[in-house]
Design a protein around this ligand. Structure first.
Ligand code: URA
Length: 249
């Protein structure tokens, strides 16, 4: 890490990153990524029909914000619509440079209809503040707009059913960078099965939009493994530096 200002130092403290501590040796902690890519053990939710996804896609592709919001709130493309309380569309600045992409709503998000409002969300806010960004300066969305029961990982077919919504959000916001948080988000966005610990640390290109993608750990994982927060701090600096090197047109 380079020289850090007193303000950054204060943010790092707020994040719980001890400035005096050595970084853990590689491999000392099992990264969330080191788990093999999740394969659905058994399908419980009915898979979206190819027809429902294909029929919805062209409509979504040309939608404005209100049409897109209406499509999401009425969506029945996969079995998650049966158990959700509310859809979680996404919040923030609709002209943001940064778009943060998480995995799926949890219990609190499902109740409130907003992404990242639980403990993980509070940590995400601190992570963003560490690079000088308030929540209302970025746009925050998830791969999935509905909560998987019991907070299980999204299934590939659910991410597929929801994919056109996120693609349209990216097209409408026109961010300059995507910050992908967590293994499921990173592997889906980059169409990769590489562990998140190896996806982080470099700037990728989003295959669909060609936008730069920086991958970091999910804040829920960081709550369990605070020693990894320092790496997340590096990731956020990488994202910020990437934007600095490519000033807006
Ligand atoms: N985890 C996510 O990936 N997204 C949320 O909105 C909440 C928790």
């Amino acid at each position: 890490m380079g020289v850090i200002s007193p303000r950054q130092r204060a943010y790092l403290r707020a994040l719980g990153i001890p400035l005096w501590r050595r970084q853990a040796a590689p491999g000392q902690y099992a990264a969330e990524s080191d788990a093999p890519a999740a394969l659905p053990a058994r399908q419980t939710a009915p898979a979206p029909s190819a027809d429902s996804v294909a029929q919805a896609a062209p409509v979504i592709a040309g939608s404005d914000w209100s049409e897109l919001e209406a499509a999401v709130s009425g969506c029945r493309a996969c079995g998650l619509c049966e158990s959700r309380t509310r859809t979680v569309f996404g919040v923030g600045n609709r002209e943001a440079d940064w778009m943060i992409i998480g995995e799926a709503p949890g219990a609190e998000e499902d109740r409130q209809g907003k992404p990242f409002v639980g403990r993980a969300g509070q940590l995400l806010d601190k992570m963003l503040l560490a690079v000088g960004l308030r929540r209302d300066q970025v746009f925050v969305a998830n791969l999935l707009k509905c909560r998987p029961p019991g907070n299980r990982d999204p299934k590939p077919e659910e991410a597929l059913a929801c994919q056109a919504y996120l693609a349209r959000q990216i097209a409408l916001v026109r961010p300059r960078i995507l910050l992908s948080v967590g293994r499921v988000s990173a592997q889906h966005l980059l169409a990769s099965d590489t562990p998140v610990g190896r996806l982080r640390g470099t700037v990728h290109r989003h295959p669909d939009s060609a936008l730069p993608v920086v991958v970091t750990y999910h804040p829920a994982y960081l709550l369990r493994k605070p020693v990894e927060k320092r790496k997340a701090w590096d990731d956020l600096q990488l994202a910020r530096d990437t934007l600095k090197k490519n000033p807006s047109p």
